[in-house]
Design a protein around this ligand. Structure first.
Ligand code: NAP
Length: 268
């Protein structure tokens, strides 16, 4: 919980974090320590046990950009932080539209994507459907780490064996020959190498999520000379730069918030 502010002082600034990522959790923990900030994290509600979060938490969709805009106005939000996953494109588009509609200062936190290095055998694709199309030419035993909601795109591939890893059980439909592994990162290159060998994997599929917690599989694939199908990120909305500040990490968000001193920033 945020610390109470002393009587007679201006009400704390209200920061809304659109969450669901490690960075959002870290940011909430940092801000909840500050006496002059009230922090609310918003979760989509997809994960059944999201773990404890510092500050206030609300769960579930807002009802599109208009619903989010109403929430920003109604709860007197002074700053909006989109710290959602790089593949959560709809909520980011809604955040940009709602910030523009309400004049709420906004920042988008996008962790950098992964970069291929020497020895990497990457096959970039634009979507999960393209990843599925690419697979039969690349291997027969697939390590799939596209998240529990991303398996339907591969469900028609009956000739391949899949090892699908996710934090929570995947949503059907699944490919007919699928072994599910439930695990939460961070993972190590040695552990990932052992896993790839144990399951005799010959191709990986991942989203370009970025971040250190799940990058070890890429190191392991390089060491074992395995091809990796990498699904590219959706682009940020066209007007994102005009409406919001875009940064790469939590310290940069804190720095941006620090530059906004006044308790209420808009004339809404
Ligand atoms: P999405 O496609 O961009 O969002 C779909 C709808 O879910 C949004 O329009 C919104 O509903 C609601 N929503 C999404 N994030 C929300 C949030 N933080 N708070 C309140 N409502 C939210 O998002 P998604 O890909 O389903 O991801 C959902 C959440 O899981 C995100 O918050 C994201 O950070 C996290 N996550 C996603 C991935 C991934 O690969 N996509 C991976 C890890 C974590 P309304 O329009 O009704 O407001």
């Amino acid at each position: 919980m945020s610390r109470p502010h002393p009587a007679g002082e201006p009400a704390p600034r209200h920061v809304l974090i659109l969450g669901g990522t490690t960075e959002a959790r870290r940011l909430a923990a940092e801000l909840a320590e500050r006496p002059c900030v009230r922090v609310t994290t918003s979760l989509a509600g997809r994960v059944t046990r999201p773990g404890s979060l510092a500050g206030e938490v609300r769960t579930g969709g807002f009802g599109g950009a208009e619903g989010l805009a109403a929430w920003l106005r109604g709860r007197h939000v002074d700053a909006l932080v989109d710290a959602t996953h790089p593949f959560a494109g709809t909520i980011t588009a809604n955040a940009v539209r709602a910030a523009a509609a309400t004049g709420t200062p906004a920042v988008i936190l996008r962790r950098p994507g992964w970069q291929a290095g020497p020895g990497d055998l990457w096959h970039p694709v634009a979507s999960l459907a393209e990843a599925a199309d690419a697979l039969p030419a690349l291997g027969r035993r697939v390590f799939l780490t596209t998240g529990r909601l991303g398996l339907a795109a591969f469900a028609h591939l009956s000739g391949l064996h899949f090892v699908a890893r996710s934090v929570e059980p995947p949503e059907p439909p699944l490919p007919p020959d699928t072994r599910v592994l439930l695990a939460r990162g961070p993972f190590t290159p040695a552990g990932e190498r052992d896993l790839l060998r144990a399951h005799r994997v010959d191709v990986l599929v991942t989203k370009d999520s970025g971040g250190a917690a799940t990058a070890a599989k890429l190191t392991a694939a390089r060491q074992l000379a395995l091809p990796v199908v990498v699904v590219r990120r959706p682009p940020l909305p066209e007007d994102a730069d005009a409406v919001a500040h875009v940064v790469a990490d939590v310290p940069a968000v804190l720095e941006w918030l620090g530059r906004r001193e006044r308790p209420r920033l808009s004339g809404r």
